[in-house]
Design a protein around this ligand. Structure first.
Ligand SMILES: [Zn+2]
Length: 120
């Protein structure tokens, strides 16, 4: 692949990610529901706001977070985001047995740290 083609391809991928970030439920942060997403959580394939991206980076192990406007995305990452996104319910965070599978990271961490117990 020539450099030129490679650049074009990157541009297409970045544009696609920006489009995804502006469509449907992806427009609201997956973690806190605030409108306006600026980052993607490549680990689970969701769109999040700036403050939640920091929180996700601080997880142990950290999630891989990428800026929507300042990073280039690979074809695989674009497909991953397309297949997942904020509507996706197939991923399961690490939470104790018997708890709801779709517990958002932030809610989960907040409640566990404040109450010392996982959320219902
Ligand atoms: Zn957020």
């Amino acid at each position: 692949m020539s450099n030129r083609k490679h650049r074009d391809n990157q541009e297409i991928c970045s544009r696609k990610v920006r489009e995804l970030a502006q469509s449907g439920v992806n427009k609201h942060c997956f973690e806190c529901n605030q409108p306006g997403v600026t980052y993607t959580d490549i680990t689970v394939g969701t769109f999040v706001c700036t403050s939640c991206s920091g929180m996700l980076r601080g997880l142990n192990p950290p999630h891989r977070v990428k800026s929507i406007s300042m990073t280039t995305f690979s074809q695989q990452e674009v497909e991953f985001l397309q297949n997942h996104g904020n509507e996706d319910t197939s991923w399961v965070p690490v939470c104790p047995e018997g708890r709801t599978p779709r517990t958002r990271w932030r809610t989960y961490i907040l409640i566990t740290s404040v109450l010392g117990m996982p959320p219902e």
